[in-house]
Write a protein that binds this ligand. Structure first.
Ligand code: 13P
Ligand code: SF4
Length: 408
């Protein structure tokens, strides 16, 4: 695990951050989806005071707040976070590693620099006395938004109505981590589980050991790439479109399929095209192409290797000096890999020159991080992510199953 410390000799000046005293909670609660926002969170030190300040002025304040909070607070950072934020993370990782870290964290506060579904999962895995904080509640994930619980329940009812769930050894619902807590709970309650791109292959094997079919939510690309790597032909996969009658397919196709793929995708990774692979190979003979499995099947087929964000880093790290890589994933990670591995004599470029930015990961700014931490110093818990208790139980079952299935 990578522990990032402030540089040697770092001074920790005291700042007045002008936060109001602890809010007077009136007992009421706001609800956003499955997440409860406590009333106290609405009347704390105003974010507007921070948003007008330049990035670099946040550095000392963040470092000082972290020092004051000490071991009470752990900052987790996903690999897609921008440099100005991730440099303050105690731990960095992919979704699988960050889930493990959340389940093991000691402190009272887990500040999650990532996106909403990651913070929700951290809350499900954390102890009841721990607070998970997402510095900007608008940091969502467009892929996770492509499967709503009502649509998933509707799909399942239709599969039941067509007799698909009762065929042979039945069907296991398996959801990618990039989904709401309600969908994780849906899977847990029906004998299914959660996976990440680190353990999707093992999660498929786990599911096929007990059932004949998988309903994979919500990323069709990860589902297709994983099933294909396990030897399932494309002809035995079918896409379920939640906006079409009968999922836009037929009972016959659903009966014959081993994998039913939800029609969702990552708009960031879907931008990579097979011709981008052809272009970099033509321009840089001998280049190695490595991509995240959220990329289209046609892109993954042309790549030399696939992997989660953590695995992509490990692949480059393990390569001999002089190797050149084109990486198909979010641009902040690719740029950071470029800088880090240049020192080892390896070159890392993006697979697509026009860049590939996850705008929701980008929402977490140094200003949001400083605001969240300084409020904690003042005793205000802002932007707490709290999954409703009725959802938590089965979502935890599904996440615990995920953590039992090892990452590649
Ligand atoms: P990783 O689990 O590989 O970090 O991926 C998370 C994600 O959202 C990729 O888009
Ligand atoms: Fe979601 Fe795609 Fe961003 Fe990952 S890169 S968080 S899947 S929108």
């Amino acid at each position: 695990m990578e522990l990032l410390e402030p540089a040697d000799g770092f001074q920790h000046p005291r700042f007045e951050h002008g936060c109001s005293p602890k809010a007077d909670a009136n007992g009421s609660e706001l609800k956003a989806g499955n997440t409860v926002i406590a009333a106290t969170e609405r009347a704390s030190c105003s974010l507007d005071n921070y948003l007008v300040l330049p990035d670099h002025t946040m550095d000392d304040r963040i470092a000082e707040a972290r020092r004051e909070l000490g071991r009470d607070c752990v900052v987790l950072g996903h690999h897609y976070q921008r440099d100005e934020v991730i440099k303050f993370a105690d731990y960095t990782g992919d979704s699988y590693k960050l889930s493990q870290l959340s389940a093991q964290a000691d402190g009272r506060y887990i500040v999650f620099c990532g996106v909403h579904f990651m913070a929700e999962s951290a809350d499900i895995l954390a102890r009841p006395d721990q607070n998970v904080i997402l510095p900007d509640l608008n940091a969502g994930c467009s892929m996770a938004d492509m499967a709503e619980i009502g649509q998933v329940e509707g799909c399942w009812e239709q599969l039941e109505g067509m007799g698909i769930t009762a065929l042979g050894r039945g069907i296991t619902p398996l959801t990618y981590m990039n989904s709401t807590a309600a969908i994780k709970a849906f899977c847990g309650e029906r004998g299914g589980l959660v996976c990440t791109s680190s353990n999707a292959g093992a999660a498929f094997r786990w599911s096929f050991a007990k059932s004949d079919k998988i309903l994979f939510l919500p990323d069709q690309h990860l589902g297709r790439n994983t099933a294909f790597a396990l030897g399932i032909p494309l002809s035995e996969m079918v896409v379920w479109d939640p906006y079409m009658l009968n999922g836009g397919t037929t009972p016959e196709r659903l009966r014959a399929a081993k994998v039913i793929l939800w029609k969702g995708h990552c708009s960031v990774h879907q931008r990579f095209l097979p011709e981008h692979v052809d272009n970099v190979r033509a321009k840089y003979p001998g280049i190695r192409v490595i991509v995240h499995p959220e990329c289209r099947w046609e892109v993954c087929q042309k790549a030399d290797a696939l992997g989660s964000t953590e695995r992509l880093i490990k692949i480059v790290d393990a390569a001999p000096a002089g190797t050149m890589f084109a990486v198909g994933t979010e641009i902040h990670l690719v740029n950071r890999m470029g800088k880090r591995f240049a020192a080892q004599g390896k070159k890392v470029i993006t697979l697509d020159d026009s860049g590939c930015l996850c705008t929701t990961m980008f929402r977490i700014s140094p200003q949001h991080l400083a605001w969240a931490l300084e409020n904690l110093v003042d005793g205000n818990v802002v932007n707490r992510i709290r999954v409703a208790e009725d959802v938590k139980y089965w979502a935890r079952v599904a996440l615990d199953r995920m953590l039992e299935v090892p990452a590649a």
